[in-house]
Design a protein around this ligand. Structure first.
Ligand code: FAD
Ligand code: NAI
Length: 469
């Protein structure tokens, strides 16, 4: 007999599994369909979580090797057991994916293993990898099928020498020479991991800057710091060919009209991700896509077909786990007849290098482009007491505020703990607050967050611990 649900969600990444939890909380009879063995999608299995586990481990190694002695801690012969480091990462992932499965039970969500296909509005077929297909009947369907790495036509992934982030998270040994194409979030994070673990890392980026979308001044500063850590950057460099000969790679690129050759053991291609919606909808259903093959939705996540919704990486907007999660919550609430909504002006982006680069809202350049009359307040961590105690003084905080209303338009932080510090700015932006609001808030001493307060005060050029404004 065909099972009947209020909502069937296809894809169990942070978009899908969070939508399932919220739908379950709201009393909807919910099903979650996932083609892979584990729940959790890209984020938990091959994205955010394993990458952060390796970033933390390799950062600890750098501390032991380069920083500990400054604190009077002498660690002789610090070295890496990569097998153990990878096992720890796998354990972190397993704990989390197991936790998601338990959360499905708690929230009375029925899970199905298999490829989900919408065969008609209100009907999803699930084809299991073990053979056999079953049909689910439902009032509503949420497509949360995520994204996949973009492949370069002249450098097709072979999973060994030309790899995506998925394989670069599982190397059994650090490649001697690693070439990274694309200096965005993945390139910078995984380039950092392997640089720390002993690879000679060269990054090729066709734009004149790294970390597109983040504040330019802070991105340039991050590039200088990563260069000092040993990563080589070639900007405005266009790769045109990648050849493999005897397991060794030669990439051909042009920089300022000059042809360059780069040799390496492995190439990580990290030039973006594309929405993944192959096969999720039978063509006759007529779900519309935009020019970048993302599923088109209105502000209530509704596609053009009644009863079919889409969220996360498969629709427009930043490809971020917390964006997918918040859309999952809002979409489940809308399906349950409530007023769900996402504030796209208050979604932070973070690159988890050391220091971390975080930003929310408008950058200075974006404010300029929009013709907004804005003011800027900055504060360097070298003037912050806690950063000094931590021996961690690289980076700064920068606010962009509206000159007339003082409302915060954007906040940008480069610091070892920027991913945590940015949360204060996100909250204040969410509440429509001003730089004065942060400047008048009492921050604990001594903390890194005092630098956030000082930068806010400096929008009106009245930071306290600063000599040159
Ligand atoms: P996904 O997580 O991609 O999940 C989609 C799921 O749908 C998958 O499990 C897939 O198997 C399943 N699926 C697809 N089609 C079907 C089908 N027909 N039937 C059944 N199941 C199907 N974001 C951050 O915010 N912070 C980070 O630190 C971060 N780090 C990242 C690091 C890496 C290396 C990568 C690759 C990404 C990272 N991201 C990060 C991005 C983040 O992973 C994505 O934005 C997020 O996973 C998107 O969630 P989603 O639910 O839309 O899709
Ligand atoms: P990205 O979009 O962040 O960066 C891709 C970079 O590659 C850009 O700088 C682009 O100019 C460059 N590029 C594109 N084509 C190129 C070419 N042919 N030659 C040289 N350079 C080229 O994409 P990335 O790093 O692959 O990450 C994909 C997505 O995953 C991102 O959109 C991000 O949202 C998400 N992600 C998020 C993380 C986080 O939040 N910490 C971490 C990792 C990924």
């Amino acid at each position: 007999m065909m099972e009947k649900f209020d909502v069937v969600i296809i894809g169990s990444g942070p978009g899908g599994y969070i939508a399932a939890i919220r739908a379950g909380q709201l009393g909807l009879k919910t099903a979650l369909v996932e083609k892979d063995k584990e729940l959790g999608g890209t984020c938990l299995n091959i994205g955010c979580i394993p990458s952060k586990a390796l970033l933390t481990s390799s950062d600890h190694f750098m501390f032991a090797k380069k920083e500990a002695a400054k604190h009077g801690i002498m660690i002789d012969g610090a070295h890496v057991d990569l097998g153990k480091m990878q096992q720890r990462k796998d354990k972190v992932v397993k704990t989390f994916t197991g936790g998601v499965r338990a959360l499905m039970k708690t929230n009375k969500v029925t899970t199905f293993e298999g490829i989900g296909t919408i065969i008609a509005p209100g009907k999803v077929s699930v084809k299991s990898s073990k053979g056999g297909t079953q049909e689910l009947e439902t009032k509503n369907i949420v497509i949360a099928t995520g994204s996949a790495p973009v492949e370069l036509p002249f450098a097709k992934f072979d999973g060994k020498t030309i790899v995506s982030s998925t394989e670069a998270l599982t190397f059994a040994e650090a490649p001697k020479k690693l070439l990274v194409i694309g200096a965005g979030a993945i390139g910078l994070e995984l380039g950092s991991v392997w640089n720390r673990l002993g690879s000679e890392v060269t990054m090729l980026e066709f734009l004149p800057r790294i970390a597109l979308g983040f504040d330019l001044e802070l991105s340039n500063l991050l590039q200088r710091l990563l260069t000092a850590q040993g990563i080589t950057f070639h900007l405005e460099t266009k790769v045109s060919a990648v050849k493999i000969d005897n397991g060794a790679v030669t990439a051909t690129a042009t920089k300022s009209g000059e042809e360059l050759k780069f040799k390496a053991d492995k190439v990580l291609v990290s030039v973006g991700r594309r929405p993944f919606s192959e096969g999720v909808c039978a063509e006759k259903i007529g779900v519309e896509f935009d020019d970048r093959k993302r599923i088109k939705v209105d502000k209530h996540f509704r596609t053009n077909v009644e009863g079919i919704y889409a969220i996360g990486d498969v629709i427009a907007g930043p490809m971020l786990a917390h964006k997918a999660e918040d859309e999952g919550i809002a979409c489940a609430e809308i399906i349950a007849g409530k007023a769900g909504h996402v504030n796209y002006d208050a979604i932070a982006g973070v690159i988890y290098t050391n220091p971390e680069l975080a930003g929310v809202g408008l950058t200075e350049d974006q404010a300029k482009e929009k013709g907004i009359d804005y003011g800027v307040g900055k504060f360097p961590f070298r003037a912050n007491s806690r950063a000094l105690c931590n021996e961690d003084v690289d980076g700064m905080v920068k606010f962009v505020a509206d000159s007339k209303t003082d409302r915060i338009l954007g906040a940008h932080i480069l610091q070892h703990a920027a991913s945590e510090l940015i949360a204060e700015a996100v909250s204040v932006i969410e509440f429509g607050g001003s730089s004065e609001d942060i400047g008048r808030t009492c921050h604990s001493h001594p903390t890194l967050s005092e630098a956030v307060k000082e930068a806010a005060l400096n929008v009106e050029k009245r930071a306290l611990h600063i000599m040159n404004r």
